[in-house]
Ligand binder design. Sequence first.
Ligand SMILES: [Zn+2]
Length: 130
Amino acid sequence: MEKERANTLLKKWTDLLGLQDWRIKLYPNAIPADFIQDNASGEIKWTECKKTAVIRILEESCYGEQMIPFCFERILIHELLHLKFCLLGESGNDLQDRLVHQLIDDLARALYEAAGNEREGLCEDEAEGG
Ligand SMILES: [Zn+2]
């Protein structure tokens, strides 16, 4: 992912999501060793009181074969939605937090498609069975 294109997408989605008052640093071609979490395609760390955030998105060549194809923009929306929800914090209820994470991913996919992008295709062999 070109840095300039990545920053254009960052600007587009921070505007659309009303996150303009955050200072966000985006690392668009991160390798797995850069990530705090294991097996992540994207991650975000924020400092609430300073309204700063760092987003890392995996380099496409490190993504491997997964059921959902790599999509930089959708991953970016997902990470920005974490920021949008950040004041809710962790509820202490594991099931609720997992549900919120699922909602974030559903919303990211919906927003991505609503912005005029094509629906992501699932890999054929995996879409059928397990
Ligand atoms: Zn997430």
